[in-house]
Design a protein around this ligand. Sequence first.
Ligand SMILES: [Fe+2]
Length: 308
Amino acid sequence: MTNLVDTAEVQQLLDKVAGGGQSGGDPRVKAVVRRVAQDMMRIIEDFDVQPDEFWSAVAYITRLGQANEAGLLVPGLGIETFLDLRLDAAERQAGIEGGTPRTIEGPLYIAGAPLSKGEARLDDGSEQGEVLVMHGQVRDMDGRPVAGAVVDVWHANTKGGYSFFDPSQPKYNLRRRIEADAEGRYRFRSILPAGYACPPEGATQALLNQLGRHGNRPAHIHFFVSANGYRHLTTQINIEGDAYLHDDFAFATRDDLIPPVTRVEDAGRIHAQGLNAPFAEIAFDFVLHAETQAAPTTIVQRPHAQAA
Ligand SMILES: [Fe+2]
């Protein structure tokens, strides 16, 4: 097969595609688009992609966007994890190591959850699930409490659905922001989430099927932890014991993010919670790094759905 991509004709075509010689536009965008177009041509050439295969891929991208699943496919292809690995590497180069590991945000965050001081209850009591009490301290790398740090927490319900995206749940269900107290302590009561899977008939799962992969995530709880003067932390904890704990389709599990889940059976403590059955407890501290200009920002601007 001839190599067409490297011919003068195709290289000149790519120059025109990317606005080469045009004074307007953004040079960085031009360079990236030229590379994307060239790499696509190279894939077509290297794999001898036939026109019907190519147009089926175009139709796939269209379907992915129409279903609002692009943000689901990205972690499934390991790209969101790759962005985390890049940030980890940049931080190591700047001498930033240790602290609570980051992991992917995923596509289901909603800004503006109710804010409370010190503690919160995330569920509204309408769902029968195992009660979870999670608490801990936000500290810096020297072990000092980060007073007033905001723990922004969101998780799925017992069926693996998230409020806003799952219309059966009330607004901001299982989503809260908790301002840590003077000792950096936070605490919340909720219900243990279940794992979940990509929509089985959706575009993401359709591609995973072609790869022979499942689309399951182990049960987890998402966090943003932020405080003035500290690097913003995006992370999750996993619920131990989940069958998919180390087989997450989104590649978000990290070793230091699997805290033990304790079953509290002490009658006094059960009673103190206003409960009449044992409950689950997770103790987990968040350790933040001081902000620095030596590494790229950890505050990621990406579009988020807004609760009405
Ligand atoms: Fe999630």
